[in-house]
Design a binder for this molecule. Sequence first.
Ligand SMILES: *[C@@H]1O[C@H](CO)[C@@H](O)[C@H](O)[C@H]1NC(C)=O
Ligand SMILES: *[C@@H]1O[C@H](CO)[C@@H](O)[C@H](O)[C@H]1NC(C)=O
Ligand SMILES: *[C@@H]1O[C@H](CO)[C@@H](O)[C@H](O)[C@H]1NC(C)=O
Length: 526
Amino acid sequence: MWYLRKPVLLAILVSVVLVLVLLYSWPTCAYNTADLWQRLGATKERHLEERLPEPDTRLSSVPFQIRKSVSDLLERNGCVCEAETPVENLHFDQLLFPKLPAQSLHTASNTSELGKMKMRRAKEYKAFQQRPKTAADTLIITKANNPLQYPTQGVEVRPLKTIIIPGLALHDLPRDHYTINITATLGTLNVAAEVEGVKIKGDGGMHMSLSSSLLLNLNRQLQFVTYTNTKYHPNTADTVELETEGHQAAFSIKIRHGVTPKLYDTGPQEEYNVSKFVTIATKTFLRYEKLQKLIDSIRKYYPTVTIIIADDSENPKTISGPYIEQYIMPFGKGWFAGRNLAVSQVTTKYVLWVDDDFLFTANTKLEKLVDVLERTTLDLVGGAVDGGTFRQTMSIEPGEDDGDCLHIRRGFHHVIEGFPHCVVTDGVTNFFLAHTDKVRQVGFDPRLNRVAHIEFFIDGLGSLYIGSCDDITIDHQPKVNQPPGSQTYNENMYNMFRNPSTFSDSQNIKYGLMYFKNRLQCQTRN
Ligand SMILES: *[C@@H]1O[C@H](CO)[C@@H](O)[C@H](O)[C@H]1NC(C)=O
Ligand SMILES: *[C@@H]1O[C@H](CO)[C@@H](O)[C@H](O)[C@H]1NC(C)=O
Ligand SMILES: *[C@@H]1O[C@H](CO)[C@@H](O)[C@H](O)[C@H]1NC(C)=O
């Protein structure tokens, strides 16, 4: 057996050595672009689009019938925010089916200002759209009966490195002579080994031609084709074109670094310690009595969990104690700025968000929330505050130049398997546990300085995977309604900031951000 396998082994060994030699002796990068704006040229893109199959005119005479139930599901060109019309003839219908308010979001006071704002928004949006676009997003359609074999997807190369392109082959087509042309744009092509009877032209360049009168040899040669990325531009893709007489194909090679992991060591399993998993973050403003009650309630159940407090009070009072960190901010810096600061200082895998007037109870089981995140792919899971989960689903309908339409509805998508009390949704209450890194990625927009909450979830839609469990609860500290005269200076001040007489200003900031930053034109809610 051994003498039979020996040549095979030898061949493998030789090719491995060859690849290694090639990898080390490769002429490194004639070009070095780190310009994130550089894309595959417009001509190249146009060239690819021209390959779309020609519409067959005979097809237009074939009759068809539209299936309305399905075609209505297709995205329309543009979106509308319409208040849902109530059912007529019913006295109490307004109560049962209250008309959904449709809220237009732009804050411009006249049309000329609105027009200018729209232009600025359109410019930013265009730049935003271009950034993540790569050749891997280009539509490629494979023609029928293509004798070319190639990888349709899944080929990846690290920036400036070399790979063997897997799966290249040419099938059937009895001919005297075979030629395959391979073309790349962000890198060069070569062969890791030469096969007898195959002529190689353009190796080491962006356009390589392989030809032979022997199909078998050509196919053997195709197994050694390498691609080397030469233009430094991570998170893009190269479209490689493949051509033989009368047939073409194109596929993409993704160019990217591996994702650098950020892992947290939570200690050995047998010594489970929730303090190693969770940090509690809160933001306070002038309400030290409430904050103290919260801390006391936390310490009753979790004596060693770190508590991070962001504080933008006017005359900050020091909060001391073991496992407490207080960060003083400029006076009145605001709600989301405080959330951001607190979250930025967390060093555990998870962060628990609570408001400073919450109260831990025996049912505030952090271990249960940790368990949900450990055993699912969720990024964030909310509990219930005074029984309320504030579950919201969201969808954004693409609009045209006016912007998109946001629809927010109470509810959830589906129950999480294995957790009968938990559901998947898009927005939850102010009491939630989340992967620290994921929350930081979305961030709390510090421009939202007073009343804000759902805005974080709007920013996170599409990147945060959210759950909500109603069996893990926290309480609100009871509201004490004192007569105005007996309120302390801080209470007065708090109320002034929290319920600003300039409430419409705070609403305007919110709408303005949704309009410009999120490029929405309107929202509907129930
Ligand atoms: C429109 O509003 C802007 C800003 O509020 C103001 O500067 C401008 O003069 C207004 N234009 C007209 C035509 O009223
Ligand atoms: C391959 O490319 C060469 C130029 O490099 C061209 O002359 C030839 O026609 C091409 N062959 C095919 C099959 O596309
Ligand atoms: C849990 O971890 C905290 C801080 O990391 C530590 O102070 C505490 O002693 C630990 N508790 C147990 C029971 O090991």
